[in-house]
Ligand binder design. Structure first.
Ligand code: AHM
Ligand code: MG
Length: 340
């Protein structure tokens, strides 16, 4: 793309909206507001290392003001970018126990935003990439300011989903059900520029698996056998030809899986049968992106997008990435289900 022909995320969102006759703009506004919040969070994340030098470690900065944790900051930035616009009826966040209503002083709208404001925040101190995950749902109840019914919808009902990865550059990747598109933040002009149009998980994929292998002793026999199969191939002395990569930051591990292929897994184990990751605002948005890019996401039995959520912060095992590998993993899990 030449320097004089750049496609900003705002332009991309508007052009996609035009393809949907009857679209009223509210939905596009939400995406644009998420992109704005992402820029503010990105700036703060980039300053995180300097905070220590400036004296933030004791909870106060040099001016004696208390310093907010970055995940709390990210929560507030997104909330305040969204609370007054009249586009949302409510929100759900990893940082908040209950549904977050739109305050009565502002008009309420027809959509729900679910998000994890800053995932993997324990990685900030060691300068490892972190991310924001989000999805948009349509209000389905008659409650003006939303209800559980509006929030607890399966992933198939998501109208849009995306993430922001704060890495060596900041990228926003989103889908509205018409492919997956990636934008890189150009800090010099403060705009997300289309850098990765129509992302497809490569086929054949890179042979990469991504899982926290320290939990191997607690895995089910199916998970153990699958990873063993990737390592050794079919024969005991053979090699499966796989490499392993695990950042421990969901958005970053998923981003690599989307661009390179392979499989990311956070399975259940004996201590945590439902794994660690959250269905509503982590697994489901990433599952929509994976499917839109030609991949798959499952909890081992069902497609993530078909799971009916029962509570806001429900956890789910997650196996996500290249379709063939996810299907293969699912078969190993099914075979191992009677064992152990
Ligand atoms: P968090 O919600 O406390 O930030 O934890 C979520 C993170 C994910 O980004 C990552 O995939 C996972 O925790 C890693 O967990 P583990 O250290 O158990 O491998
Ligand atoms: Mg999280």
């Amino acid at each position: 793309m030449s320097e004089t022909h750049i496609i900003t995320i705002d332009r991309h969102i508007i052009e996609h909206e035009r393809k949907h006759p009857g679209a009223r703009g509210a939905f596009s506004n939400i995406l644009t507001d998420v992109a704005l919040a992402a820029k503010v969070i990105s700036r703060k994340v980039n300053m995180a290392g300097l905070m220590d030098i400036l004296g933030a470690t004791g909870g106060e900065n040099v001016q004696g003001e208390s310093v907010q944790k970055l995940d709390v900051f990210a929560q507030e930035v997104i909330y305040r970018a969204m609370d007054h616009t009249g586009d949302l009826c409510c929100m759900v966040s990893e940082e908040w126990d209950d549904i977050i209503p739109i305050p009565d002083k502002f008009p309420a709208g027809d959509y729900v935003l679910v998000f994890d404001p800053l995932d993997g925040s324990s990685n900030i101190d060691v300068n490892v990439s972190i991310g924001t995950v989000f999805a948009i749902l349509r209000k389905v109840s008659n409650e003006e300011r939303g209800s559980l019914m509006d929030c607890l919808q399966p992933g198939r009902k998501q109208l849009a989903a995306g993430y922001v990865v704060y890495g060596s550059s900041t990228m926003l990747v989103y889908t509205t059900g018409n492919g997956v598109h990636g934008f890189t933040l150009d800090p010099s002009i403060g705009e997300f520029i289309l850098s990765h149009p129509d992302i497809r998980i490569p086929d054949p994929p890179s042979r990469i698996y991504s899982v926290n292998e320290a939990y191997e002793p607690k895995w089910s026999p199916g998970v153990q056998k699958f990873i063993d199969h990737l390592k050794r191939g079919d024969g005991d002395s053979g090699s499966g030809g796989f490499s392993s990569r695990y950042i421990g930051s969901l958005v970053s591990d998923f981003h690599r899986t989307l661009l390179r292929g392979g499989i990311f897994m956070y399975p259940g184990d004996r201590s945590n049968p439902e794994g660690k990751l959250r269905l509503l605002y982590e697994a489901s948005p990433l599952a929509m992106l994976a499917e839109q890019a030609g991949g798959r996401a499952t909890d081992g039995r069902r497609d993530i997008l078909d799971i009916e959520p029962e509570s806001l912060h429900q956890r789910t095992p997650l196996l996500i990435g290249s379709a063939d590998l996810v299907t293969q993993a699912q078969e190993f899990l099914a075979e191992g289900a009677g064992e152990g």
